[in-house]
Write a protein that binds this ligand. Structure first.
Ligand code: GRG
Length: 304
């Protein structure tokens, strides 16, 4: 307990996150210049530079630094994770998927640029992510770059993010969806990209196989935690807004942790996941592990 409190005093996560977000934003800005054809690049930049917590790049850089690598080595890979995250949001918002008009308080990409451009901006960001890892990671050995490319490809393809989205769409409106399907969707839609961010950061930082494995386990817990907390926030935020006890997700057909487990047990599950995530970091230098320990808390106790 005392050691934990000391760490909180010496490590300022908020400043760490702000500094990493600033560096990532500058690198993303540079990675997608507004060149010909302007409309597609404007559309890519619109969503890529529209704010966002930059959790995936922060995890990537923190994992790289933990195993002895630098921010510079991690940056192209960190940016690639955000490019993929952004393209998944653009496509998720399309009329053929979630049909959302707003994202981060702004009109969604297809509302601002049209559906055709939004689809293509997503495609271009996906392609750029891999090009960027391969081309911009000058200080990282070729074999490690190949491992990162394979890791990311697997995490987001038809057995990864895409699989999560497919199962999510198929279970829409199905009131019999249980915990197993809910967990499948969350692990695939959300946790696998967080896992790829951490593992890829570790790989470009020169991690041993044993270190990669521990960080993978950390990321698995943190990834699921991210979505459990998202579900909890959906209930608590909309309760506040509505001034009622039932949040919006309790009023819809969508399966969520609070709906299937209840709010209290969902919170207990979230606490258990934070504990499990941190346990995986116990063999690392605790001073150096402070950012990843802090990021687990940030994901668990965030308000949006
Ligand atoms: C990746 C090839 C490929 C296709 C995409 C559309 C689709 C397939 C998948 C949907 C994935 C999706 C929307 C997952 C939800 C992820 C999630 C938890 C988003 C919110 O993340 P935050 O809170 O958002 O990090 P900010 O705004 O902070 O970046």
């Amino acid at each position: 307990k005392l050691a934990e409190r000391e760490r909180e005093v010496v490590f300022d996560l908020k400043s760490y996150m702000l500094a990493k977000a600033k560096a990532v934003n500058a690198a993303l800005d540079e990675a997608v210049p507004l060149r010909y054809p302007e409309k597609i690049h404007a559309s890519m930049r619109y969503s890529l530079l529209a704010g966002g917590k930059r959790v995936r790049p922060a995890l990537c850089i923190a994992a790289c630094e933990l195993v002895g690598g630098s921010e510079e080595e991690a940056m192209p890979t960190a940016c690639a994770m955000e490019m993929v995250h952004t393209m998944s949001l653009i496509h998720d918002d399309l009329p053929c998927m979630d049909n959302d008009d707003l994202r981060r308080g702004q009109p969604t990409n297809h509302i601002a640029f049209g559906e055709d451009t939004a689809v293509l901006a997503g495609d271009a960001l996906l392609s750029l992510a891999f090009e960027h890892i391969a081309g911009a990671s000058k200080k990282v050995s070729a074999d490690r770059i190949v491992r990162v490319i394979a890791e990311l490809g697997k995490a987001i393809g038809s057995e990864g993010l895409v699989a999560g989205q497919v199962v999510d769409i198929a279970s829409e409106g199905d009131s019999s969806v249980g915990l197993e399907t809910l967990e499948y969707v969350h692990i695939h839609k959300t946790a696998l990209l967080l896992e790829a961010s951490v593992v890829s950061g570790a790989l470009v930082g020169g991690a041993s196989d044993e270190e990669v494995e521990k960080l993978r386990q950390y990321a698995r817990s943190v990834g699921l935690l991210f979505q459990v907390v998202d579900d909890i926030l959906d209930v608590t935020k909309s309760s506040e807004q509505l001034g009622k006890t039932a949040g919006k997700d309790l009023l819809t057909d969508k399966a969520t942790y609070p709906k299937l487990l209840g709010l209290e047990r969902s919170k207990e599950f979230a606490n258990e996941l934070v504990r499990k995530a941190k346990e995986q970091l116990s063999s690392f230098d605790q001073q150096k592990a402070a950012p990843l320990l802090g990021l687990a808390d940030f994901i668990a106790y965030r308000q949006n």
